[in-house]
Design a protein around this ligand. Structure first.
Ligand code: ES4
Ligand code: ZN
Length: 330
């Protein structure tokens, strides 16, 4: 018979995807062997047994251990190419991709090698994969403000390869207040501004990101629903929120998908979209997130279409380009 819901997810923009968080477990083992560095686990089975999390920090511990195997330009080229292949299969048409050069600098990998590998893979992504791509460099909040400032200086030779800056890693204990100066510097460079907030931290971290860092978009932001004044503001100003449903379940930010605030946020008129965050860790790409929203939350085709339209609305793209993508959704 005719399926009640479309079998494929709508064309979507993915605005909350960590490039390093797309590394497949098998690639971790293979790159460790190839680079002659210790693998974070004896074999694939042992590695996979660790893919279960209590909170954000327990995920980050595994994530950073896995990333010690990334050493060469070729590793970053393969990482980004692998992402494009899987994003294409998930019907992604536009990706604004986070990456974390501080992690690799800390592992002894020069920023030039990171940039050459990633930009080499993404340079022609529209033609090779039908996906337009740009990069957003994130500061690791747990390394503090001075390190973020040094990182911004180190990326300036590659200024034209990025469209913006973000803020990720451990949220609790590292509030937006610490990063006011480095965000002002990034703004003066003409970079777009986003930040993770309101994932584990409360709604006050979202308000601080807006008021003190002047972010244009908030990553996660789900705990905003605890503050009615903030919800009104997010609706009135149509601040984009990059929500990651399967990530929130995997990191126990929400108990089950049925408890997720996304349907209520959509009903309240917030500009929310669906994103995958770190897909091999959290249960899949955007298509799997849409499928779970259908089957576990009972979201309708009309709601999913709105989420897809919102994803393009939330992009750092010209109006005419957004319109063209949105016409493809309808
Ligand atoms: C993150 Cl540094 C980093 N990488 C991937 N996902 C994240 N979530 C929060 N910080
Ligand atoms: Zn994230």
């Amino acid at each position: 018979g005719v399926p009640v819901f479309p079998l494929t997810s709508p064309p979507t923009a993915e605005l909350h995807i960590h490039l390093e968080g797309t590394i497949e477990p098998a690639a971790v083992i293979e790159m460790a062997r190839r680079n002659g560095v210790p693998a974070p686990a004896a074999d694939l089975d042992e590695l996979l047994s660790r893919y279960s999390f209590a909170d954000l920090q327990s995920f980050l511990d595994l994530h950073y251990a896995n990333l010690t195997v990334l050493r060469t330009e070729q590793d970053f080229f393969e990482l980004a190419t692998g992402y494009l292949d899987r994003a294409r299969a998930a019907n992604i048409r536009r990706a604004e991709i986070f990456f974390d050069p501080q992690t690799h600098l800390g592992n002894g990998v020069p920023v030039g090698a990171v940039m050459a590998g990633i930009t080499g893979a993404l340079a022609d992504s529209e033609r090779t994969h039908g996906i337009s791509t740009d990069l957003i460099m994130c500061f690791l909040r747990d390394r503090g403000a001075a390190a973020a400032d040094e990182m911004l200086t180190a990326i300036l030779p590659f200024r034209d390869a990025i469209i913006g800056v973000g803020l990720d890693s451990t949220e609790i204990g590292f509030p937006p207040e610490l990063f006011v100066d480095v965000y002002a510097r990034a703004a003066a460079e003409g970079l777009h501004l986003v930040a993770h907030a309101g994932e584990e931290g409360g709604p006050e971290t979202v308000t601080a990101a807006l008021d003190l860092l002047h972010v244009e978009r908030v990553d996660h932001g789900i705990r905003s629903v605890e503050d009615p004044d903030l919800v009104r503001r997010l609706r009135d100003e149509q601040v984009p929120l990059t929500v990651c449903p399967l990530s929130n379940v995997a990191l126990r930010t929400v108990d089950t998908l049925a408890d997720h605030p996304l349907p209520g946020m959509l009903a309240d008129g917030l500009l929310v979209g669906v994103n995958s965050d770190d897909p091999p860790y959290f249960g899949g790409y955007v298509d799997r997130n849409y499928a779970a929203l259908r089957t576990e939350l009972g979201m309708t085709a009309a709601q999913l279409e709105q989420l897809a339209l919102n994803s393009f609305e939330s992009c750092f793209l010209d109006r005419a380009v957004k319109d063209a993508y949105q016409d493809e959704v309808r």
